[in-house]
Design a protein around this ligand. Structure first.
Ligand SMILES: [Zn+2]
Length: 338
């Protein structure tokens, strides 16, 4: 590596800032995420997940698909049941839109958090941008306001009926893609789906849970917060819900590789726990991921099949900004000495 590439890397790291979180950090985890609900299929999905003892995360909206969640008690009941059983309720904006104006943005976030609190009793700390689009201002605002900005590393494209042509083909296309991804046996998966699609609820999600074979391989289905080692950080209250799943393992967990291994030192098993001081350090373990500072404004390009684990977190990047200065110093020294 020559001095210039060293300087380039150092600068890239130094100017990195609040960014998307693409992947889980906890090994052998699968975070199923469902966007755009609650909707008419959400109740069926929540009932199913609770029955199967599977954790997942909902990035919810208040006023998007009709009839709107704000006006539909049945949808809100599904949200509440999910929350009370330990599934994670997160924000996906109020109306599936991020206003350009900063104060308007803050307002729609607050409105959504108010709605989630009205339904569940808690305010979310996790956020996903509509279509994953959140430019630099949006990212730094979310960082400033204390949200964790979640993307995905595995996109089922379940919404895309047009490309597939029929629901049957869509199911097959999504499952074929997942088969390919799962055959890679990555450390973890953060999977994007939509509970606004009936076949996602009736076919794609059940295939992942029951037929993909991932549980048998030792993977656990967890919330996004838990897959980031931030189990108690999903809400501002620091509370978690549902039965104590601290020792939850997959049914076939054979005790080799400790699937509960918590690399963040967050071994607190208190399900009624209070705010966990470790929650901001969850991404430290991913420091080796290359921060992709040039693609911030074009997140859709990472939703395709070539997506790799591009995990990066604001906290890790800030921490490594410091290290970058050491790189700079070294690079300067090498330049001078040449
Ligand atoms: Zn959406």
């Amino acid at each position: 590596m020559n001095c210039f590439s060293l300087i380039y890397i150092a600068l890239a790291i130094a100017f990195a800032k609040a960014e998307f979180i693409y992947s889980c950090t906890e090994k052998k985890t699968i975070a199923l995420t469902f966007d755009d609900g609650p909707f008419q299929y959400t109740k069926q999905l929540v009932d199913y997940l609770v029955e199967k003892d599977v954790m997942a995360t909902f990035f919810t909206v208040a006023k998007f698909h009709y009839p709107h969640a704000i006006d539909t008690q049945e949808y809100q009941d599904a949200m509440k049941k999910a929350h009370d059983n330990g599934l994670q309720i997160a924000s996906h904006t109020y109306g599936h839109k991020i206003p350009d104006d900063q104060s308007d943005f803050k307002q729609v976030l607050t409105d959504m958090d108010d709605f989630i609190e009205k339904v569940t009793g808690d305010r979310p700390r996790y956020f996903r941008a509509p279509k994953g689009n959140c430019y630099e201002d949006c990212q730094s605002n979310l960082d400033k306001w204390g949200y964790k900005l979640i993307q995905w590393d595995t996109d089922t494209n379940d919404w895309d009926l047009e490309t597939s042509g029929s629901e049957e083909q869509r199911i097959e296309d999504s499952i074929n893609y997942l088969k390919k991804r799962f055959s890679e046996e990555n450390d973890s998966y953060l999977i994007l789906m939509h509970d606004t699609e009936n076949y996602t609820v009736s076919d794609i999600a059940p295939w992942i849970i029951e037929k993909s074979g991932m549980r048998e391989k030792g993977y656990r289905f967890v919330t996004v917060a838990e897959c980031l080692g931030d189990r108690d950080g999903m809400y501002t209250s620091g509370k978690t819900y549902g039965v104590d799943k601290t020792d939850r393992t997959s049914p076939t967990d054979n005790g080799n590789g400790n699937s509960n291994g918590n690399s963040n030192g967050n071994t607190n098993g208190n399900t009624n726990g209070n705010t966990n001081g470790n929650s901001t350090n969850n991404n430290q373990n991913n420091s080796s991921s290359t921060p992709n500072t040039t693609n911030n404004g074009n997140s859709t390009i990472v939703t395709d099949e070539n997506t790799q684990s591009l995990t990066s977190g604001a906290s890790s990047l800030k921490a490594f900004g410091l290290i970058s200065y050491l790189f700079l110093g070294l690079a300067t020294y090498l330049l001078v000495s040449n």
